[in-house]
Write a protein that binds this ligand. Structure first.
Ligand SMILES: Nc1ncnc2c1ncn2[C@@H]1O[C@H](COP(=O)(O)OP(=O)(O)O)[C@@H](O)[C@H]1O
Ligand SMILES: [Mg+2]
Length: 377
């Protein structure tokens, strides 16, 4: 941690220091000086912590901004920055923020979850984890989809860690966040432009273009949220199978639609229909992460995208789904399990050819779940 940032914390963030230091707290939310909330185990609680007054809170945010080389004042009333320890901070000052200075700090968790943790938390079944392993081994293109804080980056990290060690990975991010442990990893981070100091922006698009010339086996884009979607789709369609990324969407079909929208954001000459077909053929697997109302983060769908039908709709087939079966009366946590959906992926032949231990029977839905799906599943 840089000493400027440390000073900012020691001198100005005193009122929330105990929360920032508490490993059980994943997010600190400040809605004006007197209303401070935290997230623990996915649930939000109000705390007793308070800043003495609005001035103290604004000073704290100015100091934090300064420690990362940014300014907060009437001309720059919003901040979105990454702190030296990897945490993310977003701030809005009054008068836009009606409650007083409003802040959210998403702490960077040092302990990285593993696929086994996810299985033991009940976020994913053992069988689904094995199936995803196979998808990665077979170099399927894969997008992790989900809302903010649903666990996308965590999932991409876990999946990235399963890539065969002999492959060369090029990772491109807005802010270096992924920590994929493999032997041959190259990390790129974008640069924000600052015309007043003659600094030119280097975007995700620029870095994808360079990455293509750097002999990648796979390209991983941490968060796809702009016209670089088109570059990633082209990468996926031109033989760099096994490329991956995350996108902000609520279900697997939405993830494809979102990618399509992002592709069209750039001033591309490719017509929308053609883009849809490109997305449909590039995309193979979608892993949908969801944050449920009980605070649990789970993999809600693992789906295959088969393409686009003649009416222009994406064809998506769920392979595994998380199904809720009840609620624990004491903890109010949801009870449920991940079940196969009776769909055998189109690339099952490859599983057989490679002699991967995943028999067809693993895709058969249990009787109770079939009734729940209420379909021919
Ligand atoms: N399966 C999971 N079970 C419990 N906590 C999780 C799980 N996946 C992610 N988390 C936690 O949720 C928080 C947000 O995860 P992150 O991957 O950064 O979300 P996103 O990238 O979707 O915004 C992190 O604190 C992370 O450790
Ligand atoms: Mg993320």
């Amino acid at each position: 941690m840089s000493s400027v940032f440390k000073d900012a914390i020691e001198n100005f963030l005193g009122p929330v220091k105990s929360l920032l230091d508490d490993p059980a707290v994943s997010e600190v939310m400040i809605n004006g000086p007197k209303d401070i909330f935290v997230e623990r185990k996915g649930l939000v609680f109000k705390t007793e912590n308070q800043f003495p007054n609005e001035d103290a809170l604004v000073s704290a945010m100015r100091a934090v901004a300064q420690s990362v080389g940014r300014t907060m004042d009437a001309d720059n009333p919003r901040l979105d920055a990454r702190l030296p320890d990897g945490s993310r901070i977003a701030v809005v000052l009054p008068p836009m923020a009606k409650n007083g200075t409003t802040v959210a700090i998403r702490k960077f968790s040092k302990e990285k979850l593993t696929i086994n943790d996810m299985v033991s938390f009940g976020s994913m079944s053992k069988e689904a984890a094995r199936f995803l392993d196979i998808c990665i081994y077979l170099s399927k293109n894969l997008i992790v989809s989900g809302g903010t804080g649903s666990g996308k980056t965590t999932m991409l990290n876990v999946l990235g860690g399963r890539i065969p060690k002999t492959q060369r990975l090029l990772i491109i991010e807005d802010a270096a966040e992924l920590q994929i442990h493999a032997e041959h990893v190259v990390n790129f981070e974008t640069r924000k432009g600052d015309p007043s100091r003659g600094i030119k922006e280097v975007s995700i698009r620029d870095l994808v273009e360079s990455a293509m010339r750097l002999r990648p086996d796979r390209i991983i884009v941490g968060e796809v949220r702009g016209p670089e979607a088109l570059d990633l789709i082209q990468v996926m369609n031109t033989g760099h199978g096994g490329s991956m990324g995350t996108v902000h969407a609520n279900n697997p079909v939405d993830a494809c639609t979102r990618l399509e929208t992002l592709c069209l954001m750039g001033d591309t000459k490719v017509p929308p229909d053609a883009i849809r077909k490109m997305v449909g053929s590039a995309m193979q697997m979608i892993v949908q992460c969801s944050r449920y109302h009980d605070g649990g983060r789970r993999t809600s769908h693992i789906s295959e995208i088969i393409g686009v039908d003649e009416r222009g709709n994406y064809i998506s087939r769920d392979i595994f789904r998380w199904v809720q079966t009840g609620t624990d009366p004491e903890t109010h946590r949801y009870i449920g399990e991940m079940v196969p959906c009776n769909y055998v992926p189109s690339f099952f032949d490859e599983i057989v050819v490679h002699k991967l231990p995943f028999p067809k029977s693993m895709f058969i839905a249990p009787e109770w779940a079939r009734k729940r799906f209420g379909q021919a599943a």
